[in-house]
Design a binder for this molecule. Structure first.
Ligand SMILES: NCc1[nH]cc(CCC(=O)O)c1CC(=O)O
Length: 326
C-alpha cells in the first residue's frame, strides 16, 4: 500500500498493548497516551483495539525501603522493558522522571507527551496552618518530621530549614496523603502533576516555585519507549509527540547524563522554553542532608539543549565536593 492511501496505525497489530505500572497514576498516564494515539490513528479507534497491560515492577513490590537504597533509577522500568523486548507489550508508558537516563540496549524513547505543571506541591497536616504564598516552607513547625523518599526534595528542604527532620514516606499518591492526614508526618511533597492527574490538586497547600524547590528532570512529563528497531511505530509516535516537552526533557536529561546521577544523588533540573525560542536551564546538585547545595543556570538555543545540559551538568560536577558523586 502506498503512503498516500495508508491511514496512521493501519499497519499495527491489534490489540496494541501499552505496558504500564499498576498504580492509579500510572494507569491514568497510560490511558492519556492511548487516547492521544487513538485520536491520531483512525485504525486504532474502536472497542478493544488499544490495551493497557499492567506489569508489576521491583519499585512497586518494595513499599518501605528508601528508593535510593534499593537500586536506583532502573527500578520501575526494568520488568517493563523486559516485557517490551520479549514482545509481550508493544510500547511502555512512563513518568519520565522515573526513567533511567541511559536506556537499556534495544529500547528507544519514541514519544514525549505535553508537559503538565512540573512543580512540586507541599501537602500539610492540619496542624501546620496556612502557608504564606511568599514563603511556603516557613509554616513548617520547628523540628517537624517531613515525609519524603526523594533525596532531591529532602536536600533542598534541609538546606533552607536545617531544623527539620526527614523520614521515608512511600506508596502511591493516595497512600502518602493518607499518612500526612493521619499525622504520621507534618508534611510531605508530591509532584503537582500527579495530584492534578488524580483530580486531587486541592490537596496541595502550596505549589512551590522552581526557585524554592527545583523539580526533577522530566517531572510532569509522560514518555513512551518502544523497541529500537520498530521504525513504523517510531514514525507514528514522533507524529504525536510534543516538541516543546521533548526539548525540555532532552536538556534536563542531559544534565543527569553528565552527572551520572543515580537517584541516590540529589539533583534537580528544570528547562523553560521562552517565547523567543531560547531555552533557560537551571540545575542543582546537593548533599542529601542539605549541608551543601550548588545551583547554576544557563541559556541557549532550544535546539542545542542537549549540549547546554551536558555543559551545565559538567560544571556542577567540576565544582561539587568529591563526596557527592563518589
Ligand atoms: N517518583 C514517583 C513519581 N513519578 C512521577 C510522579 C508524578 C508525576 C510526574 O512527575 O510526571 C511521581 C509522584 C511524585 O513525585 O509525587
Amino acid at each position: 500500500m502506498s503512503a498516500e492511501t495508508s491511514r496512521p496505525g493501519e499497519g499495527l497489530r491489534t490489540p496494541f498493548r501499552a505496558g504500564t505500572r499498576g498504580s492509579p497514576l500510572a494507569l491514568w498516564q497510560a490511558r492519556c497516551f492511548l487516547d492521544r494515539l487513538a485520536a491520531h490513528c483512525p485504525a486504532l479507534q474502536g472497542e478493544g483495539k488499544l490495551q493497557a497491560t499492567v506489569i508489576a515492577t521491583a519499585g512497586d513490590k518494595t513499599q518501605d525501603r528508601r528508593l535510593a537504597e534499593i537500586g536506583g533509577k532502573g527500578l520501575f522500568a526494568k520488568e517493563i522493558h523486559e516485557a517490551l523486548l520479549d514482545g509481550r507489550i508493544d510500547c511502555a508508558v512512563h513518568s519520565l522522571k522515573d526513567l533511567e537516563t541511559e536506556l537499556p540496549s534495544g529500547i528507544a524513547l519514541a514519544c514525549i507527551l505535553p508537559r503538565e505543571d512540573c512543580r512540586d506541591a507541599l501537602v500539610l497536616n492540619a496542624a501546620c496552618g496556612v502557608p504564606d504564598p511568599e514563603d511556603p516552607l516557613a509554616c513548617l513547625p520547628p523540628g517537624a518530621l517531613i515525609g519524603t523518599a526523594s533525596v532531591r526534595r529532602q536536600a533542598q528542604l534541609l538546606h533552607r530549614r536545617p531544623d527539620l527532620r526527614c523520614d521515608v514516606i512511600r506508596g502511591n499518591v493516595q497512600r502518602r496523603l493518607a499518612r500526612v492526614r493521619a499525622g504520621d508526618f507534618a508534611a510531605s511533597f508530591l509532584a503537582i502533576a500527579g495530584l492534578k492527574r488524580m483530580d486531587m490538586a486541592a490537596e496541595a497547600a502550596a505549589v512551590l516555585a522552581p526557585e524554592v524547590m527545583l523539580p526533577a528532570a522530566g517531572q510532569g512529563i509522560i514518555g513512551v519507549t518502544i523497541r529500537a528497531g520498530d521504525t513504523g511505530l517510531q514514525e507514528m509516535l514522533a507524529a504525536i509527540e510534543d516538541r516543546e516537552a521533548r526539548l525540555a526533557a532532552t536538556a534536563e536529561r542531559a544534565v543527569l547524563g553528565a552527572l551520572d546521577g543515580s537517584c541516590r544523588t540529589p539533583i534537580g533540573a528544570h528547562a523553560r522554553l521562552r517565547p523567543d525560542g531560547r531555552l533557560t536551564l537551571a540545575a542543582l546538585i546537593a548533599r542529601p542532608d542539605g549541608s551543601f547545595l550548588l545551583k547554576r543556570s544557563a541559556e541557549g538555543l532550544a535546539a542545542e539543549g542537549e549540549a547546554l545540559g551536558r555543559e551545565l551538568g559538567a560544571a556542577l560536577r567540576r565544582d561539587a565536593p568529591a563526596d557527592i558523586l563518589a
